[in-house]
Write a protein that binds this ligand. Structure first.
Ligand SMILES: [Zn+2]
Length: 114
């Protein structure tokens, strides 16, 4: 069974189309954006797999979204998306820490360090 959900695009006014397919209770996502067409994870697929409705193209998509959510909540996606979110948060704080250390090094390189 297939459900197509239209999501907002950041690069064009026409929507992106994500096709969600359930086969033998296994769930797959296909998106027609450039990243999606290369089979990569894109923000559209990511939004649907993580239950984010902020990118729905219009209110007509709500019902499709809710149907997809019934599939998603019964799948392994919520755990995977949570894992990704945690990894991204760890990465973000590591980047901040690296920035802080670089600033300190820049300062001491100008002012001198024993
Ligand atoms: Zn996409």
């Amino acid at each position: 069974m297939n459900i197509t959900v239209l999501l907002k695009s950041s690069s064009q006014s026409e929507p992106r189309s994500v096709q969600v397919r359930q086969d033998d209770s296994s769930l797959s996502f296909i998106c027609d954006c450039p990243a999606g067409e290369r089979g990569r994870i894109c923000k559209h697929k990511k939004a649907l797999a993580s239950g984010d409705d902020s990118m729905l193209y219009d209110e007509d998509q709500r019902e499709h979204f809710e149907n997809v959510m019934e599939w998603v909540t019964q799948s392994g996606y919520p755990d995977l998306m949570k894992e990704l979110k945690e990894a991204e948060n760890t990465l973000e704080s590591a980047k901040e820490k690296a920035r802080d250390i670089k600033e300190r090094i820049t300062r001491v390189m100008n002012e001198g360090l024993k």
